[in-house]
Ligand binder design. Structure first.
Ligand code: PMP
Length: 398
């Protein structure tokens, strides 16, 4: 017999979430996750993916993946340290280091487990981590796993960071102190103030860790936020994901050789979990080559992003202060935001609502992610729906 305690726990908590409207029903995309997707047999303009450059469905990546399956099979066979390091994994890491302008790189199975792996391999209970309050969940979990003291600073507030860095260092309580931030914040599309963060880090001898999940492929001619500010020599950990602009799956840290050597002997997901498949590695190598060879896709992404942002602004929407393609349409009230997103989807635009507690109360929004793969027609279609629903719900004046 299965556990009665478990059954009670699940029944009670699932029912509670459903009554409060907090149970997230997950939609199924029928087929590929491109600029237009099919859900329940209906085609929708997809403004919800992180596939910034459209590479997730790019024919050139697909060809590389198919070739790799033929030459290397479908799985790596074992964890990297036993005998699962394939030539493709090494090539991927050399490519990542070249892409990021660092001595070396290590790859992981996802961005999420990369943060869990890398933070906890370096930090321990005698250390402290200064963490932006809006950092991603995987950073928060990585920090918790390390058992270091977590000191949150107000979002992008450099006075608060400096004061907390000073206090932590001068207290003499900690062996090492790290400052950790997203490069691009995923809810508002704002960019971390890296030049000032690096300056503060130099002043107090802090380690610097940048999670560039949303900046890689997007800023710095594709190389990311750190390159955008010309700080490649000043950031210790350039972390990123391979699942967003790169279009595939995986995570990585790029940095100095000794850091990567350490992560290869101490980070547990590297030591105890099998690496990405040959197809993933080969497709990723191709994606990075394409990004390094040409800015064409990036230009298309920026063009589309400007087009959508201007269109939404002209309609009268509040789109916040994004510096990247991430385009929030800020509605405010939680219930209206939910209804708004539901109506958008019914009318053919897949843009999801994000409300408290993911964003502060009263700042409910629908987040749009234009990509290089969208056409003007798709964006016009989306803008038409935005106009219709905005007027219908009284968000835009008629
Ligand atoms: N860091 C940030 C800032 C992210 O937005 C995400 C993805 N939501 C991750 C890490 C995790 O990346 P992945 O989806 O590749 O595990």
């Amino acid at each position: 017999m299965t556990s009665q305690k478990l059954q009670h726990f699940l029944d009670e908590h699932l029912a509670d979430l459903k009554t409060k409207g907090l149970y997230n029903e997950i939609d199924t995309v029928e087929g590929a996750n491109g600029p237009v997707i099919t859900i329940n047999g209906k085609e929708l303009v997809n403004l919800s993916s992180n596939n910034y450059l459209g590479l997730a469905t790019d024919e050139r990546l697909k060809d590389e993946a198919v070739q790799a399956v033929k030459s290397h099979g479908v799985g790596a066979g074992a964890v990297r340290t036993i005998n699962g390091t394939l030539d493709l994994h090494n090539e991927l890491e050399r490519k990542l280091a070249q892409f990021k302008g660092t001595e070396a790189a290590i790859s992981y199975q996802s961005g999420f487990n990369c943060n869990m792996a890398a933070i906890s391999a370096v930090m321990d209970k005698n250390d402290a981590i200064l963490s932006d309050e809006l950092n991603h969940a995987s950073i928060i979990d990585g920090c918790r796993l390390s058992r270091a003291k977590i000191i949150r600073f107000n979002h992008s507030d450099m006075d608060d960071l400096r004061a907390k860095a000073k206090e932590a260092v001068e207290s003499g309580q900690y062996n090492k102190v790290m400052v950790i931030t997203d490069g691009v914040f995923s809810m508002d599309g704002d960019v971390a103030r890296l030049p000032e963060i690096v300056e503060i880090a130099e002043e107090f001898d802090l380690m610097t860790y940048v999670d560039d999940a949303h900046g890689s492929g997007v800023l710095g001619k594709g190389a990311g936020t750190v390159k955008h500010f010309g700080l490649q020599d000043k950031v210790d950990f350039q972390m990123g994901t391979l699942s967003k602009a790169i279009g595939v799956i995986g995570g990585y840290v790029a940095g100095k050789q000794n850091l990567i050597d350490w992560l290869k002997v101490r980070s547990r997901p590297f030591l105890f979990s099998t690496a990405v498949t040959p197809a993933d590695a080969a497709a990723t190598i191709k994606a990075i080559d394409l990004i390094m060879e040409s800015e064409e896709l990036q230009q298309k992404m920026w063009e589309n992003s400007e087009y959508l942002k201007n269109g939404l602004k002209q309609l009268g929407y509040d789109i916040g202060h994004s510096e990247t393609p991430i385009t929030p349409v800020i509605i405010g009230d939680e219930n209206t935001t939910q209804t708004f997103s539901k109506r958008l989807i019914e009318e053919g635009v897949y843009a999801k609502s994000i409300v408290f507690p993911t964003v502060p109360r009263g700042t409910g929004r629908v987040r749009n992610m234009p990509t290089a793969a969208h056409t003007k027609e798709m964006l016009d279609q989306a803008l038409g729906v935005y106009e219709k629903i905005g007027k219908e719900l009284g968000i835009l004046s008629r």
